[in-house]
Structure formats: C-alpha cells, structure tokens
Design a protein around this ligand. Sequence first.
Ligand code: ZN
Length: 251
Amino acid sequence: MIIDAHTHIWGGRYDDSTRTLLRACERFGISKLYVSGLRSHDSDESEIASLNADVYRFMKEQPDVAEGYCYVNPAHPGALNVLKRGIEQYGMSGMKLWVATFCDDPRVFPLVEQCIEYRIPILIHSFHKTVGQLPYETTGIHVANLAERYPEAKLLMAHFGGNCYHGIKAVRDYPNVWHDFSGSPFRRDDLDYAVEQVGADRIVFGSDMPITYLVNYGQVEEAELTAEQRELIYYKNTIRLFDRGLSGRPS
Ligand SMILES: [Zn+2]
C-alpha cells in the first residue's frame, strides 16, 4: 500500500491537477492522497478560499482517495477562521503552511495551538537554498524553533528541508517533527541519510504531485531499507501521523 502525504491542486488548474493525481493512483497503486491547493506565494483571502474550495470539491468527488490539508496564510487576520472552517466544515485532516510567513512567526502560534487541539499535523514547506531563497521561506531552523515551542504539535517538515544535510540536522532532536522527501531533493542517498539520523518511524512518503512522483518512489525502492522500513515509509507512518487519537508528544 502507498499513501501520498504531499500532493497539490494548482489554483486555476483543477482539471489538469486532479486528472494527473487520479491517473497516478491508478498506475502506481496509490490508495490515498493528502492534497492542498497552492497558487501565489502570498495568497490573498479570496485566493485562499478558492484553493481550499478546490480541495474540498476533490474530497467530495473522490471520497475514497482524497483527504485535504487546509491551506492558510498566517498573515491574514481571519486565518484561524479559515482553519476552523477547513477542519470542522470541510472535514480536512491537516493544515498547510507555505511561504507567506516563516513557520515560527508569532502569527502562526494561534493556528498551531488550534491544530494541537484538533491533533492534526501541520505540513510545512521547508527549503534551504544556496541561491534564490524566498523572503519568508521556512528552513529546518524555523521548524526546530516551532518544535521547541510546541512539543505536542505534529509537524511535518516537507522536502527534508530542501537539503537534507541542512534540514534534518536542524530538527533531528525533536521527536514531534516528521519528515517527507517530496519534490526536488533528488539525491540517491537522501533517504538512507535520513533514516540513519532520525530512524524510519517518522518519515512519510510524499511526492509533490502533480510535479513529481516516480523520483520519490525510486528513492524508496533504491534506499537501503528493510521491507518493514519500506512499509513504514509508504503508509504506516502516515496513518499514525494523521491519527487524531495521538498527539505529537511521543508516549
Ligand atoms: Zn508541495
């Protein structure tokens, strides 16, 4: 079984995005997708509303396959209400942060506290770049700050922090940080390194579809893992991460 914990519907491209996602489920035997909507780096309120409405539409059209993240821009005064609507009315399963603010910005705190109450994970785009870092683009260091402040929050650091040697090093002492290797970190040994640093229990499979899929699948297949570790990464960890009976604080 494969669960993909990191996929998107691009704003304005609903048909294209969802067609790609569903075709991948069919071709590659993916059982479940966790989806968020994205468009501009600093979405205004109406864009956020329409991106979340796209995800909700997909959840309703594909109830067996599609689960949603509620995308919020923490700089908006109404962000907490957006989150509540997403979780309570749309039935979404997590919150998504992108590049509108750093994840440890104080405006994020009330959102994190609400997610702790819901016991839902927070998917955090995290990307350390040598050149071209966006002004409010979170790296592993920001994720570590948030993890330190909120040990009971379930934080999913996306993309291994962009460069696993930077991102994982920053967060490896925080047991409430989970990891996905979706998108563009493509080195053959990234996953082996991550398992060595943080173990296989908090690494979840994510692709960043519709951008990539097979590369991430290939990373799991190629890594030096036991069959049990592969199962953890492909789906078992994700089931645990989204289990609302469990808080981020390890028992
Ligand atoms: Zn993404």
